[in-house]
Design a protein around this ligand. Structure first.
Ligand code: GDP
Length: 195
């Protein structure tokens, strides 16, 4: 796919707002600033598609995009905001849990990890939630262009070690750069191959 069928569908704040689960669905999760909007834009071939999810007020919504005629792409709220008020965090964690455990057409979660920083504690919290929700997840390393090839090995080793502890983790990671376009075709092919 190339994004020709990509469009923003809706932002959801409660379970009763979810669109019908009539397409294969993949969701994207990551710490704020990990490069999630850039990656979604690169995947969909649009420059502004995922911007809505970064505008104030939309950050706590689960944002649905049509990706192909048979796939939805779901942008989960970025986590790890240092100063988000607790009630807000708790509300979105509740919605997230409900979504992850109750969405039959959700085939895979992609957890985005910054290639410079590796897996942080908040990433592990999401991974554990995916484990307990029995949602297979695959790590997507972002901003690969920001790390020299010789420095990658150490971070990758850390990520692999962390993944080994999570039963829902898919062992292979995808290395991407939204800036350079690396890994985008690979990721598209992975998504397109999910049925
Ligand atoms: P989000 O908060 O996870 O949606 O992150 P954004 O997509 O808004 O990206 C955060 C910052 O990282 C922005 O300044 C982007 O331009 C930058 N960025 C995102 N992806 C890449 C990438 O692949 N390479 C580089 N060099 N910068 C990136």
């Amino acid at each position: 796919f190339n994004g020709a069928n990509s469009d923003f569908l809706k932002g959801v704040v409660a379970m009763d707002g979810l669109p019908a689960g009539d397409r294969v669905e993949v969701c994207f999760a990551g710490r704020s600033n990990v490069g999630k909007s850039s990656l979604i834009n690169a995947l969909t071939g649009r420059t502004r598609l995922a911007r809505a999810s970064n505008t104030p007020g939309r950050t706590q919504e689960i944002n649905f995009f049509t990706l192909t005629e048979s796939h939805y792409l779901v942008d989960l709220p970025g986590y790890g905001y240092a100063n988000a008020p607790l009630p807000v965090v708790e509300k979105w964690q509740r919605l997230l849990k409900q979504y992850l455990s109750g969405r039959a057409n959700l085939r895979r979660a992609f957890v985005l990890i910054d290639s410079r920083h590796g897996v942080k504690d908040v990433d592990e919290e999401i991974m554990s939630l995916l484990d307990s929700s029995a949602v297979t997840f695959q790590v997507v390393m972002t901003k690969a262009d920001k790390v020299k090839e010789k420095d990658r090995a150490k971070i990758f080793k850390q990520v692999r070690e962390k993944l080994a502890k999570h039963p829902a983790a898919y062992p292979e990671m995808v290395l991407t750069s939204s800036e350079k376009g690396d890994g985008i075709a690979t990721l598209r092919a992975i998504i397109a191959g999910l049925e």
